[in-house]
Ligand binder design. Structure first.
Ligand code: HSE
Length: 434
């Protein structure tokens, strides 16, 4: 058997502790599978005294993760602290400068600095592995980077935030309010420390930025992502979606278009019969459309200690076995510059819900504004009788045929100035799925 692989493990939160426990508990099996023992030789965390469910007595302790990366007697560095800058970035860079492979679950680090870090890794003859950074335990990175490497990908998309999917699922199935569901998600530990990161769509955007780069062989571009969260989704929208044969999901989409790459995270109506619509609760899913394989869908746990540790462990085993592919699938010098397609050029169908005063000319004004902007309606329904005094409003739900984001925004802006709407119009994009 070859010499052991000595790991430096920085961060002993839920995932870090799970990884250390698994390496202890499964040591024989792991050594058997990779042909060499794997040992946590050094650790770094905030509290040295805490019992984390594994025997830390033989491990060198470092208060500072950067010192562990720089000086630890280790062969690989495992970063499970999180955050994109400060000591985390410093520690990862220090490990790479030593030529050590880095394993991380850190989506923010990759989404913000992935290309620079991939370059630094390549310059030092090493790589970064990050299976756990996207969709927790689902092997999304390996699938994109390895299994699909001979395919031309046209779209990568999915449900990348468990908190949002949990909230939307419970609102739909139990008729609960957004706030009540968010509180439960926090109590159950699904949400990030700052839940606006989840419900604002930013967590999903970080994951999408990484998937897009792997899908299209381009540089990571987090700033190019159009992001809209789920906080404006109401029970009225969820019920209307159900009547129209859709379900509402927070979708993250990376799409190749004629003008460049479109990246967007937003609530979307997807056909209720589609496989993706069946992905409920905290479960994540990653779907890919490509030329050779057609459409695939991977679904599973997107968060949680054991599931995320499973992904981290698979990277550690790759390092132990000497299988360390280029960080972003291809050498950084061959990554294409990111070419952004503008969101205003997005094409698709739209759901629009208006709160319309019951006045002469209200419907005519809606129809005119749509026609002026070349928008064809698939359906328009006034969902209940309007009040008689002309001051109360009734919900009007429209579904458009395929049009552009620019046309929809112009039509809705114009409608808002016509004086027939009680509230801001609600608009939800419809995603075309097979
Ligand atoms: N807070 C994330 C989610 C899990 O709700 O999916 C970690 O990425």
């Amino acid at each position: 058997m070859k010499s052991e692989l000595r790991l430096g493990l920085a961060g002993l939160g839920t995932v870090g502790a799970n990884v250390a426990q698994l390496i202890e508990r499964k040591s024989e099996l792991l050594a058997e599978r990779v042909g060499r023992p794997i040992r946590v030789a050094g650790v770094s965390a905030r509290d040295r005294t805490k019992n984390r469910g594994f025997d830390a007595s033989g491990m060198a302790w470092f208060d500072d993760p950067v010192a562990l990366a720089r000086e630890g007697e280790i062969d690989a560095f495992v970063e499970l602290i999180g955050g994109s800058d400060g000591i985390v970035r410093e520690a990862v860079e220090a490990a790479l400068r030593r030529g050590l492979p880095v394993v991380t679950a850190n989506k923010a680090l990759l989404a913000h600095h992935g290309v620079a870090l991939a370059r630094l890794a390549a310059e030092n003859g090493t790589e970064i592995l990050f299976e756990a950074a996207v969709a927790g335990g689902i092997p999304a990175i390996k699938t994109m980077r390895e299994a699909l490497s001979g395919n031309d990908v046209s779209r990568v998309y999915g449900i990348l935030n468990g908190t949002c999917n949990y909230i939307l699922t419970r609102m739909e199935k139990e008729g609960l309010s957004f706030d009540a569901c968010l509180k439960d998600a926090q109590d159950l530990g699904y949400a990030e420390a700052d839940p606006t990161f989840d419900i604002g769509g930013y967590d999903a955007a970080h994951k999408l930025a990484i998937l897009t780069s792997l899908a299209f062989g381009c540089e990571i571009s987090l700033d190019s992502i159009f992001v809209e969260g789920i906080s404006k989704i109401s029970i009225d929208d969820i019920n209307a979606a159900s009547e129209l044969g859709y379900r509402i999901k927070l979708l993250a989409v990376g799409l190749k278009t004629d003008t460049g790459i479109e990246q967007r995270v937003h609530p979307a109506m997807i056909p209720a019969r589609s496989a993706l619509a069946q992905v409920d609760g905290v479960t994540n899913a990653v779907a890919v459309d490509s030329d050779l394989l057609g459409s695939i869908l991977l679904a599973g746990p997107g968060a949680g200690g054991p599931a995320t540790a499973s992904a981290v462990l698979s990277d550690i085993m790759d390092v132990a076995g000497g299988f360390v592919p280029p960080t972003l699938g291809i050498p950084p010098a061959r990554l294409q510059p990111y070419q952004r397609a503008r969101m205003r050029a997005h094409e698709g169908g739209y759901y629009i819900r208006l709160s319309v005063y019951d006045r002469v000319g209200a419907f005519a004004s809606i129809a005119n504004r749509m026609a002026e902007n070349g928008i064809s309606l698939e359906s328009i329904v006034q969902r209940k009788a309007a009040a008689k005094n002309g001051e109360e409003a009734a919900p009007v739900v429209m579904v458009t045929h395929e049009t552009t984001e620019a046309a929809i925004r112009k039509a809705l802006d114009a409608l808002s100035t016509d004086g027939h709407l009680k509230d801001e119009p609600q608009m939800i994009r419809i995603e075309d799925l097979d």
